[in-house]
Structures are given as structure tokens and as C-alpha cells.
Design a protein around this ligand. Structure first.
Ligand SMILES: O=P(O)(O)OC[C@@]1(O)O[C@H](CO)[C@@H](O)[C@@H]1O
Length: 337
């Protein structure tokens, strides 16, 4: 069982344009989609599509349209009732695959909401093999919320605590790494790696060796494995002893929203099926690529993924983080989200 936590879920609205976005103009959309989202929620949606057991923990009233949409998709949830409404995030996609995202801050939560959320997470985590903590934090939650959750879950465990995966950014992610609690897997993109260890985000995303060298700094700070997604340049997986790079299967990008979440789900799906680290990396890239080729934040089924097209190779001598890459990133296949 895999428990996901989305402290700041959203009702994602995707607007597909038939021509390039023109700021300041009125444009007619060719299609629109509304889907329940937020990073942990998307991981749960992708796990369900892959036939795995999951529960999505999130704040939100049972009658909130976002929770209603989640139930309609038959995603098992454990919610903490709050006074405010779940936020709405808007995505605009252009024909060349460019994805523009406008994310609301989310409802303000108080100390009682935070305590209730941690209680629900601790109780759900007792039957979990993995606990996935993903996304931004809404206003009012402590910046070290994720470190608090990890500590509470481990303290309450009466046997083997769940493995913990984290995919977040900014202050909450930095606070987790700096807390020294140590987690089993983190899934940054190039920008988030640069935020955490320094360096140039575009150069990291363009150069798998540079990304591996940045990821290794996170391993040294207590993250047992780092799955770094590099948009069109695939992904790297770095552990204390090894590093691999997987290339991205060729796709036509439709929407990159949730592609990173699908990558994480693909990694967990392969891990649950006993795959080697290389196999997990290939499945992560295949899930991310398949998601990027689908509309809105639609998640793929394993049958829609092509792990054999993601060629995996060991990375033996990572570039120095201070080196600059001359490779140009490939925006048309970016799976940053
Ligand atoms: O604002 P956050 O929490 O960082 O990200 C939220 C979000 O952009 O992430 C998902 C895609 O990864 C979307 O479903 C959702 O709108």
C-alpha cells in the first residue's frame, strides 16, 4: 500500500489553445479539462491506473468539488475537513507543447488543521510500504511540515516504518533536507535540484552528468536515492554507490502537467514489482513520457508506457557541479511538472 500526502491539492483546469498564447489578447480555447490534482493526488491517480493500492491524504471538505471529482475517479482518500476551499490551478497548453501554469496559494490552514493532518497521515502510514509527501504547502502550515511528518510517522511505527519519498520545492523541500531526518527517495526536477544544491537549472537539466553530480550532494545530505527528472533529457537515478541515466522515448508533448508525478508513480510501480534500479528508472521515464503525451494531467496505464524505449546507462564520472554545459535543453519534450 502506498499512502500519498498532498497538503495543497487543487482542482486543475487545463485550457488547450489552438495557437500560441498571446498575452493581453482574448483567445478561444479548442478544448478544456478539469481534473483533481496536486502532486500526491496525481501519484495516487497514476498508481490506481497501474493497479496498485493507494490512499490519498489531503485537506478538504467532503463536499468540496475537488474531493467530489476524486471520488468520481474512485481514488481512495482520507481527508481532513478544513474551513476553506481547495484551490484551483490553471494550465494553458499551446500546440508546440509549451505549458504555462498558474497555481493559487491555497486556503490558509491553522495549527489545528496541521495537527489533524499529521494524525491522519500517521494512522494511514501504519499500513503503508511507502509514504509519498508531495507538492507545495498551503499558507499557515509550518515550513518544516514534511520533517515533522517524517518524525511523527517513524515515532509511531510499531514495526518497520514505511519508506518515504518526497517531491516538493522551495522552502518546504529545503527545510526537509536541512532537518537531517533522511528519506528514501527524492524526486526533484532540474530547477529544484539547483534550488537545493546550487548551480544553473538549465545546465543541470541539459547535462545528465551534471544532474548526477548535483543529486550526489543530496545523497550526501541523507537522501538514500535521488530520481531527478530532466524534461526532454530523460532522468537520472543516483544512490550512494551508483548513478544511471535514462533517455526519454520520443513523444509528441501535449501537456507536461503531472508528468513528474507519473514518473514517481512509475518508479514505485516498478519497485513494487521487484525491478532493479535500472528497471525502476526506465519505468519512471516511460511513465513520465506517456503522461506528457496525454491531455491535461491525465495519467497513463502501464500499457501506455514504453520502458524498453528508455535506454538506461550507468554514469561513471559525474561532471563537476560548477561546470557549464553547452547542450541546449529540448523544451518541446519538457516534463518539468
Ligand atoms: O503548487 P504545487 O503544489 O507545487 O503543484 C501543484 C500542481 O501544479 O502540481 C501538479 C502537477 O505536478 C498539478 O496537479 C498541480 O496543479
Amino acid at each position: 500500500m502506498i499512502v500519498t500526502v498532498t497538503a495543497n491539492p487543487s482542482l486543475d483546469r487545463t485550457i488547450e489553445l489552438g495557437s500560441a498564447l498571446a498575452r493581453g489578447e482574448v483567445q478561444r480555447a479548442v478544448a478544456s479539462h478539469e481534473q483533481p490534482g496536486g502532486k500526491g493526488v496525481n501519484v495516487s491517480r497514476a498508481l490506481i491506473a497501474s493497479g496498485l493500492d493507494t490512499v490519498a491524504v489531503l485537506p478538504g471538505d467532503a463536499s468540496d468539488p475537488m474531493l467530489v471529482a476524486l471520488r468520481a475517479e474512485r481514488i481512495p482518500i482520507a481527508n481532513v475537513t478544513i474551513a476553506g476551499r481547495v484551490r484551483s490551478n490553471v494550465t494553458v497548453t499551446e500546440p508546440d507543447g509549451t505549458t504555462t501554469k498558474l497555481n493559487e496559494p491555497g486556503p490558509t490552514l491553522g495549527p489545528a488543521d496541521e495537527a489533524a493532518l499529521i494524525d491522519v497521515i500517521v494512522s494511514q502510514a501504519k499500513r503503508a510500504e511507502w509514504l509519498v509527501l508531495a507538492g507545495s504547502l498551503p499558507p499557515g502550515l509550518s515550513p518544516d511540515f514534511y520533517a515533522r511528518v517524517v518524525t511523527a510517522v517513524r515515532a509511531a511505527s510499531d514495526g518497520t516504518p514505511p519508506l518515504i519519498a518526497v517531491d516538493s520545492s522551495g522552502a518546504p523541500m529545503l527545510a526537509l533536507v536541512e532537518s537531517g531526518v533522511g528519506v528514501d527517495l527524492v524526486k526533484p526536477n532540474g530547477e529544484e535540484l539547483a534550488e537545493l544544491v546550487g548551480g544553473d537549472a538549465d545546465a543541470i537539466e541539459a547535462d545528465p552528468r551534471l544532474a548526477a553530480s548535483a543529486a550526489r550532494l543530496l545523497v550526501e545530505r541523507g537522501c538514500r536515492a535521488v530520481l531527478a527528472t530532466l524534461g526532454g533529457n530523460g532522468a537520472v537515478l543516483v544512490t550512494a554507490d551508483d548513478a544511471w541515466h535514462a533517455t526519454m522515448p520520443p513523444i509528441v508533448v501535449r501537456s507536461t502537467v503531472g508528468a513528474g508525478d507519473s514518473s514517481l508513480a512509475g518508479y514505485l510501480y516498478a519497485q513494487q514489482r521487484g525491478a532493479s534500479p535500472e528497471g525502476r528508472l526506465a519505468q519512471a521515464v516511460a511513465h513520465g513520457a506517456a503522461a506528457a503525451a496525454l491531455a491535461g494531467s491525465t495519467v497513463p496505464t502501464p500499457g501506455q508506457t514504453r520502458p524498453h524505449d528508455a535506454s538506461v546507462a550507468p554514469l561513471t564520472s559525474p561532471s563537476s557541479l560548477t561546470s557549464r554545459s553547452t547542450t541546449t535543453p529540448t523544451p518541446s519534450t519538457d516534463t518539468k511538472e
